[in-house]
Design a protein around this ligand. Structure first.
Ligand SMILES: [Zn+2]
Length: 226
């Protein structure tokens, strides 16, 4: 075999191959593939003076391992008397774990990035409101809402039904635009004090309406709609 190699291969082929074995770094290869490649190259040198023993091969692998694996391999403190095969398997395991960590880290970063983008865009409307607080206050009521508030002794400012105060004296303030929904008859009925009997409601309602009209008569804006 050696004779055949000497005859067919170029001179110093063994030195060249040996250099290739010694110079083969892991780079971006997965550890296991790289270790296999190195073993294959070394096997070609079998019987030659430059052929590496298993111990030399392990040193070779250890010295040229990629940066991200260096620390985990050192930490693992793999025993010196492990067979080359066993040692390679142990390092392969560490390499797999490294890759797993890297993948999950990347996923966490991606999720963070996505959620930060989402937060930024959803924050925009409230922050623009903060700069202009008056825009969140409701200035106008629809005619139907006015009528409802009139009918159910409501306050035109805080827009609550069956309140004891008038809109002039209102301390509650107008509802926030963000939480505002159009007033309905159902809202008014829900707000109606429960103690009154159905028969009395007609009279009380009329009294309330007239009292609202009386109390609001000095307000031109409010009367104009009526
Ligand atoms: Zn009020």
């Amino acid at each position: 075999m050696t004779v055949l190699k000497d005859a067919w291969l170029e001179t110093h082929w063994d030195t060249k191959l040996c250099r290739r074995v010694l110079g083969l770094c892991q780079g971006n290869c997965a550890f296991y593939e790289w270790a296999l490649e190195l073993q294959n190259q070394n096997a070609l040198l079998y019987g030659n003076a430059t052929h590496l023993s298993n111990a030399q091969l392990r040193n070779q692998l250890e010295a040229n391992i990629c940066n991200k694996l260096t620390i985990p391999v050192l930490r693992a403190k793999l025993a010196d008397d492990l067979t080359l095969k066993k040692w390679i398997e142990e390092v392969k395991h560490l390499d797999d774990k490294c890759l797993e960590d890297l993948t999950s880290q990347r996923k966490i970063m991606e999720d963070l990035y996505k959620s930060s983008k989402r937060t930024t865009s959803s924050n925009k409307p409230p922050s623009s409101r903060t700069y202009n607080p008056s825009s969140s206050r409701l200035g106008t009521l629809s005619e139907a809402e006015w009528t409802l508030l009139m009918k159910h002794k409501g306050c035109f400012k805080c827009q609550k039904f069956y309140v004891s105060h008038q809109s002039k004296e209102c301390t509650d303030g107008a509802p926030e635009a963000s939480s505002y929904k159009t007033l309905t008859e159902a809202d008014a009925i829900a707000a109606k004090p429960k103690t009154r009997t159905v028969a009395a409601v007609g009279t009380v309602g009329a009294v309330m309406l007239s009292s609202v009209l009386d109390s609001e008569s000095d307000s031109e804006d409010e009367m104009a709609l009526f």
